[in-house]
Design a binder for this molecule. Structure first.
Ligand SMILES: [Zn+2]
Length: 194
């Protein structure tokens, strides 16, 4: 096992030789070069999977897995101003989880395909929105202009109950409050998750 000690739990930087492919094959965070060496892709520490005969590098610096441009994401609205809303992005709409909860911004120009005077008419704090990522930098610019995007879950701002979408309106089943949002055509599809 002397050789194994030299391979695992070693600090490496990108390009460092870890082992040859006869010893371990290239796992996550590594790559194989044309001469059959497994090298590190990150600054991190080596770990081996003895059964799978692979070696991996656990990066020290967390590699951000950001939403891709054009990707649909779900997020919760955490802050609303007249001109923009701040969203905590929770996951991709396909269920792909991101490494962190990234911050997204919905600018008023991206809040609806119709004219919106204030973001408060489109989203409220605590709403869950389905949005499209326009950029890949943090904060991610989000759009809810498309019919499938927009608010998918909303709560009554008077009593906190889950609002129902009826006849083009969001109505509170508890207190009868009627609220305005930029509602997604998919409103209610996430209800089972809450
Ligand atoms: Zn209510």
């Amino acid at each position: 096992m002397g050789r194994l000690d030299e391979i695992v739990d070693k600090k490496v930087t990108p390009g460092d030789e870890i082992c040859v492919i006869e010893e371990f094959m290239a796992g996550p965070g590594t790559y194989e070069d044309e001469r059959g060496w497994v090298r590190s892709a990150y600054i991190g520490v080596t770990v081996a999977d003895i059964l799978a005969r692979t070696v991996a590098v656990k990066p020290y610096v967390r590699v951000p897995e950001l939403p891709r441009k054009g990707e649909y994401v779900y997020g919760v609205v955490v802050h609303v101003k007249d001109e923009y809303a701040v969203v905590r992005i929770l996951s991709s709409a396909t269920g792909r989880r991101f490494r962190d909860y990234y911050t997204g911004i919905i600018h008023i120009s991206q809040a609806s395909d119709k004219f919106v005077r204030s973001l408060f008419d489109a989203v409220r704090e605590g709403d869950i929105v389905k949005a499209r990522a326009l950029t890949t930098r943090i904060p991610v610019n989000l759009s809810i202009r498309e019919p499938r995007t927009g608010v998918v879950v909303a709560f009554c701002s008077r009593c906190g109950a889950l609002l129902r979408y009826r006849g083009g309106k969001l109505v509170c089943p508890e207190c009868g409050n009627v609220e305005k949002r930029s509602v997604s055509a998919e409103y209610g599809v996430l209800k089972g998750l809450i």
